[in-house]
Write a protein that binds this ligand. Structure first.
Ligand SMILES: Cc1cc2nc3c(=O)[nH]c(=O)nc-3n(C[C@H](O)[C@H](O)[C@H](O)COP(=O)(O)O)c2cc1C
Length: 210
């Protein structure tokens, strides 16, 4: 089994999503040490922000007339799609920023969509663990219920469009202990952190059992 691991945190060593993804991968590789793990860090090594528009516009231009930039963007989209195609399983650590999907993750999704073709189920049947983290809490009855525009979007793309066999590991209130205004939620945040860690362990073991 070849694993593709993506990270999109911009927070380096302080990343909660990367820490959970570490747990998933550690559980998998402890059980199956021979597993090749291909990594791509979209937060530290971002895809060019203009590549998607260039690749898309290339579709409206005869092949011989495409610019060097359009060709490079199409090659990048094809390479990203190949990376996905070559993976038997995926671990995607994609956090919430500014109430939405990280721009780095969106750039990857858009280019993979070009690489496969719109509507192609890029992950059909592939075990995929989405790890996602949020600083606040957005559950039912909370003041910001409905403000998480990251998780539902990612579920739509990964499971509904790309047909991944999706497991979601999520952790809320990661800003508790960082933002003093959230100190009152320390107990709840600790419970959420523990649950997320347990879910990450279970997801890694489930991958290993595939
Ligand atoms: C630039 C930036 C924007 C953020 N925007 C939000 C936000 O809109 N809502 C929220 O609940 N948390 C927000 N957060 C907190 C992150 O969701 C939180 O730090 C989470 O753990 C991010 O994943 P990471 O730790 O893997 O980077 C933001 C954090 C950063 C750095």
């Amino acid at each position: 089994m070849t694993l593709l691991r993506l990270d999109a945190s911009i927070q380096g060593d302080r990343s909660a999503s990367s820490a959970l993804a570490d747990t998933v991968v550690a559980e998998l590789t402890a059980a199956r040490p021979e597993t090749p793990v291909v990594t791509r860090h979209l937060g530290q090594d971002p895809l060019p922000a203009d590549a998607w528009a260039l690749a898309t516009s290339a579709g409206f231009v005869a092949e011989a007339e495409r610019s060097a930039e359009q060709r490079a963007a199409l090659d990048l989209a094809a390479a990203l799609a190949d990376e996905v195609r070559a993976a038997d399983a995926l671990v995607l650590a994609l956090p919430l920023y500014n109430y939405g999907v990280s721009q780095h993750a969106k750039a990857w999704i858009d280019l993979v969509t070009v690489g496969f073709g719109t509507g192609v189920p890029a992950l059909e049947g592939k075990p995929t663990v989405l790890v996602t983290t949020r600083g606040g809490a957005f559950g039912e009855g909370t003041p910001r219920e409905g403000w998480d525009h990251n998780t539902a979007y990612l579920r739509r793309i990964l499971a509904d469009l790309w047909l991944a066999d999706l497991t979601v590991v999520e952790r809320e209130f990661t800003l508790v202990g960082v933002n003093p205004a959230l100190d009152q939620f320390a107990e709840l945040a600790a419970v959420m952190a523990k649950q997320a860690e347990e879910d990450a362990v279970a997801a890694g073991r489930a991958l290993a059992a595939r």
